[in-house]
Design a protein around this ligand. Sequence first.
Ligand SMILES: Cc1cc2nc3c(=O)[nH]c(=O)nc-3n(C[C@H](O)[C@H](O)[C@H](O)COP(=O)(O)OP(=O)(O)OC[C@H]3O[C@@H](n4cnc5c(N)ncnc54)[C@H](O)[C@@H]3O)c2cc1C
Ligand SMILES: NC(=O)c1ccc[n+]([C@@H]2O[C@H](COP(=O)([O-])OP(=O)(O)OC[C@H]3O[C@@H](n4cnc5c(N)ncnc54)[C@H](OP(=O)(O)O)[C@@H]3O)[C@@H](O)[C@H]2O)c1
Length: 464
Amino acid sequence: MSDGCCGATTPLEAERPTLKSDGLPVVVIGAGPVGLAAAAHLAERGLDFLVLEAGGQAGASIARWGHVRVFSPWRYNIDAAARRLLDAAGWQAPDDEWLPTGAELVEHYLAPLAKALGDRVRPNARVAGITRAGFDRVRTDGRESVPFLIRLAGGEELHARAVIDASGTYASPNVLGASGLPAHGEAEAAAFIDHALPDVLGADRAAYEGRRTLVVGAGHSAATTLLALAELPDTPITWAIRAGEATRAYGGGDADALPARGALGTRLHALVESGRITLLTGFHTHRVRRTAEGVEVTSRTSSGAERAITVDRVVSATGYRPDHSIAAELRLDLDPVLGATRALAPLIDPNRHSCGTVPPHGVDELAHPEPGYYAVGVKSYGRAPTFLMATGYEQARSVVAALAGDWEAARDVRLDLPETGVCSSSLAEAQERRVGLATGVAGGLLAGPLPLVTVASSGGGCCG
Ligand SMILES: Cc1cc2nc3c(=O)[nH]c(=O)nc-3n(C[C@H](O)[C@H](O)[C@H](O)COP(=O)(O)OP(=O)(O)OC[C@H]3O[C@@H](n4cnc5c(N)ncnc54)[C@H](O)[C@@H]3O)c2cc1C
Ligand SMILES: NC(=O)c1ccc[n+]([C@@H]2O[C@H](COP(=O)([O-])OP(=O)(O)OC[C@H]3O[C@@H](n4cnc5c(N)ncnc54)[C@H](OP(=O)(O)O)[C@@H]3O)[C@@H](O)[C@H]2O)c1
């Protein structure tokens, strides 16, 4: 006699889907540099795939900051498999040493790459959710053997044998509120707040020229916007940071191996010193309010002390956070600090790595309890601000090798940008000792001197 609970076939088991993963494509979410790199590796290995891109073109997020020149030259920005694919298509490679703008990255690299990949890159296809066909997150028995079910924003559903989520973080910026929650009134004042990297000298000039502007944040985005604002005549600029001083934000100056990155902090420092930019330190945004005079932004410290500034526009350059909601029905094991995988987080946590260096990592560090789902690219770093494209290319190569069953290649992870080692403050010394560029610095990429590290792994932390 069955007690109705166990042993006998339950109605749910009887309805278990029979759909098999064999013959289904790998779905890549996002046609940014890392999603397209994954696609190039999949193509090279002869695996069927489909890239779903929310925007109308490849590199849609990068196109949003197309006016910004990146810090890393072309040679760091092109994936190896993508280069082979493009070369075969007769591509005119850009100068390895040139620093492209976001727009140039799209025009000279991502757009031709998407073209070479053909109709397997699908624009205007926003993924709304991912699950296992017939299984919610709770059901265990047999879930690995059924395909992923991917629902697009328009309602269409697709099946996949694996999912590489390279959807980035650009669409989920951090808030103005200093404690991580939105400041009071932040949503209501949205019309007066731009997120990072408005095109101050181009398309958005009219919104800024001659207007009192407050820039909040301590990273490269804040610095980039502040330098651009300083070129506008009669435009009062205030810069608010949470820290007690801006030293970290000024960066490594001449010691930075990416000279454009070093110059950013140096120029910013000079503008603050000259009085062109008014710096407010220890500013903890608590409230944003529209008044007859403009937008009032109030700081409140933990002791309750308040001060306010009234401006016409606010630029919230407070960084980004990952949005894992599309994968909420999958079994993810996320680090509580960063929202990266637990294996990757300790390698990139800015609280622990004063140089922001990252050891090579791949499929093993990126795996979740949900077999076949991998977040790669800047999304894989969660809230750590030190991601570089080259890191993502190696992630993509490793994950695709694993999906092809080539575990030897998958685990043979290397980074052109180096791993652990000794930070150097001198480019000459770094070259002499055959070291390369690290990925950034603690607490934001403006936070310290040049992160140059030895290429050879010597174990242990990088720089104390
Ligand atoms: C201003 C700026 C400058 C940078 N400069 C450098 C640099 O000099 N060197 C360097 O190495 N790195 C740099 N980075 C860091 C990083 O390399 C880039 O952010 C890079 O674009 C990350 O690539 P990605 O493919 O992971 O994500 P993204 O480029 O953000 O691509 C994600 C793609 O996914 C799409 N997408 C999002 N959600 C969905 C969805 N639900 N469904 C389908 N598609 C979706 C987006 O439209 C987008 O096209 C910079 C970042 C910024 C913001
Ligand atoms: N030209 C370029 O290549 C270029 C230009 C711009 C950006 N980037 C890249 O883009 C990525 C993102 O840079 P980003 O500057 O946008 O973000 P970021 O590096 O994360 O910096 C944002 C900083 O703002 C501060 N912050 C966070 N929340 C805050 C809040 N609520 N109020 C006040 N301050 C807050 C934090 O510093 P504290 O903790 O010290 O407060 C944080 O480090 C980086 O990889 C960067 O290198 C590159």
